[in-house]
Design a protein around this ligand. Structure first.
Ligand code: DQA
Length: 164
């Protein structure tokens, strides 16, 4: 099973960009920890970052044939990108929306996510820990049968049963 991690605009600057909001870890640090969690659960992970909306839409299309789940921190495109919304809506697997900060507790323009309606769940406000939690959530939801197929607990139960 495979998860695609997508990073939107300006996340390439993590570590330098507003460390009081986003912390001092780099994107590479987050990706490394996310990949370790995926691997520990028997999954593989690929990561793609772009500052360009169309490139991220293309990456979602690419994930359609490759990935069972997408974890996406779309940066500010979260609040504006209907093309990313539509691309994610055409993806059959699990979608988890991810943010380092808690957008709901910040400026009003961050309070709306146009991606929320096509996501199975949201991890926000947990800092770098969120990357690990979002990967675990994606794996557990996909184990429950994918989008609409159950709860994360169903996925965990199924994984336990397979071990027995
Ligand atoms: C962010 C929150 C967005 O509002 C912001 O534009 C980002 C990062 C986060 O991870 O907290 O670029 O997605």
């Amino acid at each position: 099973m495979h998860v695609t991690l997508l990073s939107g605009p300006n996340l390439d600057l993590l570590g330098e960009r507003e460390p009081e909001v986003y912390g001092t870890d780099t994107l590479a640090d987050h990706v490394r920890r996310a990949a370790a969690v995926a691997e520990s659960l028997g999954w593989t992970l690929d990561h793609f970052q772009s500052n360009h909306e169309g490139a991220l839409v293309d990456a979602v299309h690419g994930a359609r044939s490759r990935a069972d789940a997408i974890v996406v921190n779309a940066g500010a495109l979260t609040h504006t990108s209907w093309s990313l919304h539509d691309a994610l809506g055409a993806f059959d697997g699990v979608v988890i929306e991810l943010h380092l900060s808690n957008p709901a507790a910040r400026e009003p323009f961050r309070h709306t996510s146009v991606l929320a309606a096509v996501a199975d769940g949201l991890v926000a406000g947990m800092g770098g820990l969120g990357y690990e939690l979002a990967i675990e959530a994606a794996v557990r939801l996909a184990g429950a049968g994918g989008r609409g197929g159950g709860t994360p607990d169903d996925g965990l139960r199924r994984a336990d049963e397979e071990k027995r």
